[in-house]
Design a protein around this ligand. Structure first.
Ligand SMILES: Cc1ncc(COP(=O)(O)O)c(C=O)c1O
Length: 367
């Protein structure tokens, strides 16, 4: 079976640097928020032009800023129903109300033209999601947020490394967040995340809340949580970062290799926006008419695929209390029946990609 992603090949390629960084942590014993965490935050701040604060996961990187804003129960947060559950989960967990706006069928990102209709006097913010590695039109969402005096948080869990109109994903909205889950374009060996802030004071507040609300040791200014980041995981990222530009370039090459050949109406690649200077290609996704059959046939041929996402969030049992029925967000529901992601990772050889392409073309002839 062809691997869907290949973290082992990546480890073998960077083994010396990764092992050395980890070994240095073991020698220093600064396991939590140690030297590599500080270095990583500095790197991330410079890269995005924000105040970057490391955190335990992508989920917590969404949760902590929302919590720190002190929103009230029932306050409304607009987001997309076509994302990983965490995006809306944190909203619901904090007793805020997720308000879903349907998606654009070309990109599967939020349909920006529908956002303003969803704004009410209780709306406090918009969480945009840069799905599969491509941002939506972030400037337009910023404009809506400013006009209505609400916040815009970019969930960049899948798009770290993407460039939108010359600007880095993670550095465009007033708050952004990302995930270093192992399978993400920039992943560590375990859970991890980063928050990005334009406002230095709010960054300091969130950094304190994720560390039991401490302003200094044993002085607790806020009621917070333990959502700290581990040094070994930062060490892994610091070892991977010097290679990241090259990895992103390779992802672009592979994506282009797919997009150049998949021209049949039976399998349509998601659109690459003209404002996308670089796509992070967390997923390479096609819209396929007989998706489940194509998936099964590819599986038989040893080509793994994935479905992101088979059920939009408004139809998840945990969010049934919102009362949104099937048919309420038709584009997201339709896409959940069509999307199919193919293997993509920077260590995929051209030969492997050609085998995948051949199998996909063969299977498409059968449906
Ligand atoms: C869009 C999106 N938001 C949030 C998350 C949550 O990140 P994590 O798994 O690091 O908590 C993920 C990743 O799984 C994601 O894809």
């Amino acid at each position: 079976m062809i691997p869907f992603i290949d973290l082992q090949a990546q480890y073998q390629a960077y083994k010396t640097e990764i092992d050395e960084r980890i070994s240095n942590v073991l020698k220093r014993n600064d396991f939590i928020m140690g030297k590599d965490v500080k270095e990583l935050e500095e790197w991330m701040s410079n890269y995005t032009g924000t105040h970057a604060v490391a955190i335990s996961s992508g989920t917590d990187s969404l949760m902590i800023p929302l919590y720190a804003m002190g929103l009230k129960e029932g306050d409304e947060i607009i987001t997309t129903p076509f994302t990983f559950f965490a995006t809306a989960e944190v909203v619901s967990f904090l007793k805020l109300k997720p308000v879903f706006v349907d998606i654009d069928s070309d990109t599967c990102n939020i349909d920006i033209s529908k956002i303003e209709q969803a704004i009410t006097p209780r709306t406090k913010g918009i969480i945009s999601v840069s799905l599969f590695g491509q941002t939506p039109d972030l400037d337009k969402i910023n404009e809506i947020a400013i006009k209505h005096n609400i916040f815009h948080l970019e969930d960049a869990a899948q798009s770290f490394g993407a460039i939108y109109k010359g600007k880095k994903s993670g550095g465009v909205a007033e708050i952004s967040s990302t995930s270093f889950f192992p399978a993400k374009p920039l992943g560590t060996y375990g859970d991890g995340g980063m928050m990005f802030f334009k406002d230095a004071d709010f960054a300091t507040k969130c950094a304190s809340i994720l560390n039991q609300g401490q302003s200094e040791r044993y002085s607790h200014q806020y009621v917070g949580v333990n959502a700290r980041f581990d040094t070994m995981k930062a060490a892994v990222l610091m070892a991977k970062l010097p290679h990241y530009e090259q990895e992103l370039q390779r992802r672009e090459e592979i994506a282009l290799g797919y997009s150049n050949v998949f021209t049949s109406p039976k399998a349509v690649p998601l659109k690459r926006e003209t404002f996308t200077d670089r796509h992070a290609w967390a997923q390479y996704t096609l819209k396929v008419e007989q998706r489940d059959k194509v998936k099964d046939l590819l599986q038989e041929k040893g080509v793994p695929t994935a479905i992101h996402y088979a059920r939009p969030l408004h139809l998840q049992p945990a969010l049934a209390y919102l009362g949104l029925k099937e048919g309420s967000l038709p584009v997201a529901e339709d896409m959940s029946k069509k999307v199919l992601s193919l293997p993509i990772h920077p260590f995929m050889s051209n030969d492997t990609q050609n085998i995948i392409i051949e199998h996909v073309n063969d299977v498409l002839k059968l449906v």
